[in-house]
Design a binder for this molecule. Sequence first.
Ligand SMILES: NC(=O)c1ccc[n+]([C@@H]2O[C@H](COP(=O)([O-])OP(=O)(O)OC[C@H]3O[C@@H](n4cnc5c(N)ncnc54)[C@H](OP(=O)(O)O)[C@@H]3O)[C@@H](O)[C@H]2O)c1
Length: 235
Amino acid sequence: MFRMLIVLLALAWLPAAAERGPVLVFGATGQLGAEVVRELVAAGYPVTAFVRPGSDRSRLEGLDIQYVTGDMLRADQVARALAARRYEAVIEASARGGAPDSFYPDVMRHVVAAAQAHGSPRIILHGSVGAGQNIEKFPQAPFGRMTTTLAAKGEAEALLIDSGLPYVIIRNGILMRDGTPATGHAYLSSNHALMRSVTRADLARLTVMCLRDRGCDGRIWHAVDDRLPFPDRYR
Ligand SMILES: NC(=O)c1ccc[n+]([C@@H]2O[C@H](COP(=O)([O-])OP(=O)(O)OC[C@H]3O[C@@H](n4cnc5c(N)ncnc54)[C@H](OP(=O)(O)O)[C@@H]3O)[C@@H](O)[C@H]2O)c1
């Protein structure tokens, strides 16, 4: 009886342990990235944060994680990060800051090449509603100067989709202010004509959900939360 209990416990533990391979997070010091790191740590994943030498790590303070330093705009530095550990998944949550829009396809090219060379981990990309051709679904939306950024984000998506790597793309529409608590009501929709608001904390929760669920793979998802305010001009 006791031996059977041990076997059952081992069986219950094995898949759970197998699910929690190391995860590399790009943009880990940012508003979304730090939420993702926190959620991963809480779920038991070993996390490596890719940070620039001068990145402010304060959002990650107190978290038991590893760091690798580099610049995503440097292909060799991204490759070195991927070579350092056998990652189960890579999460791309960076934002260009003051860099040109070409940042998005440029860094995706580096991430894809490095992932192809080092174990083909799953790539979870945080993208934007309206990226690439998706902008045509929202003729009413006043994207303004975001239009060129969305085109660049579309290029990044296409690079990932065409890479042959296992991927998940989670697009966000309107992000609530940093620090807005998770509502617990956000969900992933396959309706690409849907744009709503979402919190970064909920996006982090949905990221970990997809990490556990291979049913997310090979798809573009729109993260939406029907209960949050959403500007009329985007409807
Ligand atoms: N729809 C909306 O309302 C909305 C609003 C804002 C953002 N977004 C999107 O949401 C996603 C996350 O944005 P966020 O505002 O949470 O990001 P964020 O706080 O601006 O953080 C950006 C992250 O990217 C990192 N990064 C930038 N350039 C890098 C480089 N060359 N090498 C390595 N790391 C680099 C930054 O590192 P450092 O700490 O070193 O700077 C930081 O960790 C992005 O896709 C963004 O476009 C959407």
